[in-house]
Design a binder for this molecule. Structure first.
Ligand code: AKG
Ligand code: FE2
Length: 286
């Protein structure tokens, strides 16, 4: 990871990117192109299975996005579920290895954030491991532009992620957009220049820990830029891979003492990561 000066530059660039826009793109992240090609190939293979097979482990298919989520391998509370079909032999070891690689990248990014935020080394990491991430494969089935415009179905409505940071890889379809902080409510596209590009975004937990110094990046998935002026087109299917890196369930996501001052008292309550996840889930599903 370079010499001290390069590490400092990287850490400062990461923090200022997250503060300015909520997002950064990283190209030399350590995941090989072949690994990324392979995860997209596995995802396609997984979602192309017949509905009954997918239903064993994924949520309902339809025009809405379908997910496959992978948590920690040794999680007794929410154990991972694996497809049984022989065509997917090799899926599990590949995904488990990718999960570990995603965690390692996130830990390196947390170390950089500890340094640029002036926090004690390890102080973010110890709040995140073990039980810290969901590796999520998402398939957005093809959908007519009319259906998208009707508002009955969206790909993903504007939201911020709940965890600390998210690593995101997208295929070449397009449609990912990030809120423009200079014009609230307006979004700009994050064009898929190269599928090996890694997008890092700040989540709600990082925003709360830093008492709002880093603001979570609001994003959505909608009609790809090049198709926006068409009226009859069918949007092609889309795949993405997200590594949602979260705090341990019992850890508090209250602002850390370093970010609380007389001028800036704590803006967020002292609740655990799990309580927070339940709260947002209730808001979304009730
Ligand atoms: O599919 C994408 O590009 C974004 C997915 C996403 O935002 C999420 O799963 O939270
Ligand atoms: Fe997201």
């Amino acid at each position: 990871m370079g010499n001290d000066q390069q590490r400092r530059q990287f850490a400062d660039g990461l923090l200022s990117g997250l503060i300015d826009t909520g997002f950064v793109k990283i190209i030399n992240h350590g995941l090989e192109k072949s690994t990324l090609d392979e995860v997209f190939a596995w995802s396609k293979k997984f979602f192309e299975q017949p509905v009954e097979k997918k239903n064993e482990v994924a949520n309902e298919p339809g025009p809405k996005p379908e997910h496959f989520d992978l948590g920690p391998a040794n999680d007794a509370e929410f154990p991972n579920r694996w497809p049984e079909s022989c065509e997917l032999e090799g899926f599990r070891p590949f995904m488990e290895a990718l999960y570990e690689k995603g965690n390692n990248i996130c830990l390196a990014l947390l170390a950089a954030l500890e340094s640029s935020l002036g926090l004690r080394p390890g102080s973010l990491e110890e709040r995140a491991i073990p039980n810290a991430a969901d590796l999520r494969l998402t398939h957005y089935p093809e959908i007519s532009i009319k259906e998208m415009r009707s508002g009955r179905t969206s790909r993903i409505a504007p939201h911020s992620d709940w965890g600390i940071i998210t690593l995101l890889f997208q295929d070449s379809t397009g449609g990912l957009e990030v809120e423009d902080r200079t014009r609230p409510g307006a979004f700009f596209p994050v064009e898929p220049v190269d599928t090996t590009e890694m997008i890092v975004n700040a989540g709600d937990t990082l925003m709360r820990w830093t008492n709002g110094r880093v603001v979570a990046g609001v994003h959505q998935v909608t009609i790809p830029e090049g198709l926006k002026n068409r009226s009859e087109v069918v949007l092609p299917e889309r795949y993405s891979v997200a590594h949602l890196f979260k705090a341990q369930r019992q850890v508090s996501i209250a602002p850390l003492s370093q970010f609380i001052t007389a001028d800036e008292p704590a803006k967020y309550p002292d609740i655990s990561a799990l309580q927070y996840h339940k709260q947002v889930q209730n808001l979304l599903f009730t």
